[in-house]
Design a binder for this molecule. Structure first.
Ligand code: ATP
Ligand code: MG
Length: 589
């Protein structure tokens, strides 16, 4: 499918309405001939032949026709505008749905500003094309050839002389189209780039302020702004170069009429009335010619935008939804990694990872930064697909499970906490908006969030800012944990979720999580952490280093092993014990 057949698939649903609109435009254009005919008749019949009683009738005809044309114009424009809004609505919806299906890789590589430009500026170029450009081009082409045909009936010799203009007009059109194309692509790219810059700076304004980089950012912004202005000016230069050429060609028509037409009238080959009539048709020839430059401009904006939107739309996610994936309303939560490896951009990130967890067990994952802990969790959720080996949930390869079904069974509190600009309650109940307030509160209590939420001015109805502005790091983590818990998942993933909370809160949360398994239902829990205290009670501890599992077992087994885990343990607890000892001695003194 090409970008344009894709665009047409939206427009074709409105074919009948568009055709009717164009019929109205045809009618309006045909009625346009009445004016020149009336003018000719006034000269030939009223002034020359002296039929003065004809004058009021001719004027009345002119008034009626003008009213009818006005009404039809109004009606047709409403039709085109409505069609354009409908097309835009479904196109935006389709593109947005596709964006939601895209995987992490897509979002890792795409700039948010580009994606926003596709949904705003580019979409508007399409709206303008349907609401205005299509009928304008049609009307102008129709008027031009219709007027030419009418001039033929008045004087074929004069019409032939006027046709000389056509090859010149075609040559200028082709030249403008060819030269304008790259410039319009540059405009769209500069627009996206400017959008991205503003979006990043607004989101990152705290970093800008913290580093006092306002001047630097303003300078960068000016560059972007200049870039966009230059791109627009370069495109404007094109039409400022070509529009006068079309203007010249259209004025040549007047010259031809005056020169050849007058000679013909003098020689008696044409009546004065016909001369006036042809003069009346002249604007119908000149107007389209004058407008070609502008319309090429519009069409090129449209084609570039359609191509850009389609290029984004047609990118297929690497993580594919199986056509008829296995659906299990409630998964058990047994997880097996079998010789799993994962590479991104030819860089090996995970090497041959294997482990097995039974439903209801807790797995602790420890490892230095960048060792692949989050990546393993992302593979389990199928945010990325393994390059080698397989990830099984309840013995089924995750690639065969229905993708949404799999994710519905997983509750994840991500390392990079994201909260929506919504109420606290809305954020926690994100997965189950219909659940009762009691359930939201229960999840918040488990995540030790209830206290601070209730202390907020509007409690659970407090609106949290974009990305959770106004909350502390630990508060955000706890809301994100409550959000994952409310899902009552079969697999719960806590990726560094308690890193920003104090030890006491963490130990409370751990107790709650243990109860989760004892009371409600079996839930396999993955805890990714740096602190030994977060994972030491886990049924299985995985120690990662550079994408490999270097140790695995229980806390006691790993201590006996005397490897990396034991070193980290001594490091963390040694310091703690020393601190406690120091405190006691200090107290004794
Ligand atoms: P941390 O403790 O800091 O959160 P981590 O153990 O969770 O670290 P990962 O986020 O899993 O580490 O990343 C492991 C490695 O893979 C890093 O070197 C990272 O740069 C790389 N990596 C992660 N995701 C991608 C990706 N999409 N494309 C390329 N490289 C990636
Ligand atoms: Mg991580």
């Amino acid at each position: 499918m090409t970008a344009f057949s894709w665009f047409y698939s939206f427009l074709k649903k409105h074919n009948a309405k568009m055709a009717f609109g164009l019929m109205l435009v045809t009618f309006i254009s045909v009625l346009a001939i009445v004016k020149p005919i009336v003018s000719g008749s006034i000269v030939d019949d009223v002034i020359t032949a002296g039929q003065y009683d004809l004058l009021p009738k001719l004027i009345a005809l002119l008034v009626v026709i003008t009213i009818i044309r006005g009404l039809c114009r109004f009606w047709s424009q409403i039709i085109f505008e409505a069609c354009s809004q409908d097309v835009l609505f479904s196109m935006r919806d389709t593109v947005y749905r596709k964006l939601l299906q895209e995987d992490f890789n897509f979002y890792n590589k795409k700039r948010t500003g580009d994606l926003l430009s596709r949904q705003t500026g580019d979409m508007d170029a399409i709206r303008h094309f349907i609401a205005f450009v299509i009928y304008q081009v049609y009307e102008n082409v129709f008027l031009f050839f219709f007027a030419l045909a009418m001039i033929f009936t008045a004087s074929w010799q004069l019409a032939l002389c006027m046709l000389i203009i056509l090859p010149f007009a075609a040559a200028v059109t082709i030249s403008q189209t060819k030269n304008g194309r790259p410039l319009f692509q540059r405009i769209r790219e500069q627009f996206s780039s400017l959008n991205t810059f503003v979006q990043e700076n607004v989101s990152g304004n705290r970093v800008v302020k913290a580093f006092s980089k306002e001047d630097y950012e303003i300078e960068k912004f000016n560059k972007e702004n200049d870039g966009y202005r230059d791109a627009e000016l370069a495109a404007a230069e094109i039409w400022t170069k070509y529009v006068p050429q079309f203007e010249f060609l259209s004025n040549m028509l007047t010259v031809i009429l005056m020169l050849i037409g007058s000679i013909m009238v003098i020689k008696g080959n044409m009546t004065l009335g016909d001369y006036v009539t042809v003069n009346g048709y002249l604007w119908m020839l000149m107007n389209p010619l004058r407008q070609i430059g502008w319309r090429i401009n519009d069409i090129q904006r449209f084609t570039t935008s359609v191509e850009k939107i389609y290029a984004t739309y047609s990118e297929e996610p690497n993580v594919k939804r199986p056509k008829s994936g296995i659906k299990r309303k409630k998964l058990n939560g047994d997880v097996t990694f079998k010789n799993v490896s994962y590479s991104a951009d030819d860089e090996a990130i995970i090497h041959n990872v294997s482990f097995e967890v039974k439903s209801g067990q807790t797995v602790g994952i420890l490892g230095s930064t960048g060792s692949g802990k989050s990546t393993i969790m992302n593979l389990l959720c199928r945010f990325y697909d393994v390059t080698d080996g397989e990830v099984l949930v309840d013995g089924i390869n995750v690639k065969e499970l229905d993708l949404y079904n799999l994710r519905q069974n997983i509750g994840m509190a991500m390392q990079d906490v994201f909260l929506f600009s919504d109420t606290v309650e809305g954020n926690i109940a994100y997965s189950r908006p219909d659940c009762s307030f009691e359930e939201v509160k229960k999840a918040a209590i488990m995540a030790d969030a209830n206290h601070f939420i209730q202390a907020m001015p509007d409690g659970y109805d407090t609106i949290v800012g974009e990305r959770g502005v106004g909350l502390s790091g630990g508060q955000k983590q706890r809301i994100s944990l409550a959000r994952a818990l409310l899902k009552e998942p079969s697999i719960l993933i806590l990726d560094d979720t308690t890193s920003a909370v104090d030890m006491e809160t963490e130990s409370y949360i751990q107790k709650q999580l243990k109860q989760l398994n004892a009371l409600d239902h079996n839930c396999t829990i993955f805890v990714v952490a740096y602190r030994i205290s977060s994972i030491k009670d886990a049924d299985l501890i995985l120690v990662l280093n550079e994408g490999r599992i270097v140790e695995q077992g229980t806390h006691d087994e790993l201590l006996t092993n005397n490897g990396y885990y034991a070193t980290v343990f001594r490091h963390q607890y040694g310091e703690y014990e020393q601190y406690m000892k120091g405190g006691e001695e200090h107290g004794k003194k």
